[in-house]
Design a protein around this ligand. Structure first.
Ligand SMILES: NC(=O)c1ccc[n+]([C@@H]2O[C@H](COP(=O)([O-])OP(=O)(O)OC[C@H]3O[C@@H](n4cnc5c(N)ncnc54)[C@H](OP(=O)(O)O)[C@@H]3O)[C@@H](O)[C@H]2O)c1
Length: 360
């Protein structure tokens, strides 16, 4: 048995901690490098026998030093973009949780992936589901991808009712336990907007063939519509260890101690339409994706700024979407030729978003 070396970026986060649990339980995987944004890693490194550690900065020196077979990118935000591009360019298997990097760098990432020729395995539960439903299918048989959304903690509310919700309300996700940024993104549905753009780059379908539907129980992780009317769905308990393990173990599908769905007592398979009016960050993502160039990068950057401001009590919940919409109106959006163009587009959108922040 060949042991695969895993570089874990974002090791101190929600995905990072679950990944460590999985890697520690498996004889065919070993940690070779750990990265965080600001939390110290010495204790974690000692506990798991990892000497390549890095806190903040560029991921590239760590990745070059630890020579991974798999990069699990679980950094939050645009900060993950360099690691994604490095893994794709070098043909190193990329297990991708950091959706923001694919949203921001879509075209550059696809080109790097083509050159590098390695595996790109989604960790997001919806995209892991789609990847599995699509495997081995002829492209011409596929009509549409259907991403499911839990609807978040504010499903069913009107915009008026959301004017005064608190950070604690926004962080109380009904079905998933996650980091703070993605929890707020789930409450605004920006997370589904990011996932829509992520799906476009992962699977190559145009936006008009990618649907989003609300499924509050979060047991159908996504579906594929085929041209004969058949739908293939991926079902399971909402447990991120399943898609993390799938990506790290691909193609072997190792066992995971996740709760099994209880079919005999009936499953809640209710679906409903997304309320685009109350949650404008989803249609804004679709528009940014269709506009192309660096518009998705700007969408992501402005959203990161607005979410940070909301978490810090500087703006209200509804101001998040207004900030992103305003910044998108102003950005130039022309395509990025390379990483430095992308970094400049990200910085410009952050500057425009910062300027729009209004006191709560
Ligand atoms: N959590 C989930 O269930 C879930 C599901 C699907 C997809 N995802 C995606 O996975 C990614 C991580 O989410 P999460 O919920 O695990 O977030 P999280 O709990 O907030 O953890 C974020 C991780 O990123 C690290 N980090 C932050 N800035 C960094 C930087 N500049 N350089 C290097 N590392 C940095 C953090 O380090 P510090 O601790 O030092 O700040 C932490 O380890 C996000 O892109 C999210 O959208 C998450």
């Amino acid at each position: 048995m060949r042991v695969k070396r895993v570089a874990l970026l974002g090791a101190t986060g929600s995905i990072g901690r679950q990944a460590i649990e999985i890697i520690s339980s498996r004889a065919d995987l070993e940690l070779c490098g750990l990265m965080s944004g600001s939390q110290p890693l010495d204790a974690l490194g000692l506990e798991h026998g990892v000497s390549h550690l890095q806190v903040g900065g560029s991921a590239v020196p760590l990745l070059e030093a630890c020579e991974p077979d798999i990069v699990l990118n679980a950094i939050v935000g645009f900060a993950g973009v360099e690691a994604t591009l490095w893994a794709l360019e070098h043909g190193v298997t990329l297990a991708l949780a950091n959706k923001e990097s694919l949203v921001a760098a879509g075209e550059l990432a696809v080109a790097a992936h083509r050159r590098g020729g390695g595996l790109l395995l989604p960790v997001d539960s919806e995209h892991s589901a789609l990847f599995q439903c699509l495997e081995g299918r002829a492209p011409e048989t596929i009509d549409a991808l259907v991403l499911t959304a839990s609807g978040g903690p504010f499903r069913g509310r009107s915009a008026h009712e959301l004017a005064n919700v608190t950070v604690a309300d926004a962080l109380a996700h009904p079905t998933w336990s996650m980091g703070r940024k993605i929890s707020v993104d789930s409450a605004t549905l920006a997370n589904k907007g990011l996932e829509l753009i992520e799906a476009r780059w992962l699977f190559g379908l145009p936006y008009e063939n990618i649907e989003v539907v609300v499924h509050p129980a979060s047991i159908v992780h996504s579906l594929v519509r085929f041209r004969d009317g058949a739908l293939l769905a991926h079902l399971g308990s909402p447990d991120m260890r399943v898609p993390i393990s799938f990506a790290l173990g691909y193609p072997d599908r190792p066992a995971v101690a996740a709760a099994a769905l209880d079919l005999e007592h009936g499953l809640d398979l209710r679906f409903e339409a997304v309320d685009d009016e109350t949650f404008p960050l989803l249609p804004l993502a679709r528009a940014a994706g269709e506009r192309g160039g660096t518009a998705p990068c700007a969408y992501n950057a402005a959203n990161e700024v607005a979410v940070e401001a909301f978490l810090g009590g500087r703006i209200g919940f509804l101001d998040i979407a207004d900030t992103v919409a305003g910044a998108l109106d102003e950005v130039d959006g022309s395509p990025a030729r390379d990483l430095s163009d992308l970094v400049a587009a990200d910085a410009e959108a952050r500057r425009l978003a910062e300027r729009r922040l209004v006191p709560a």
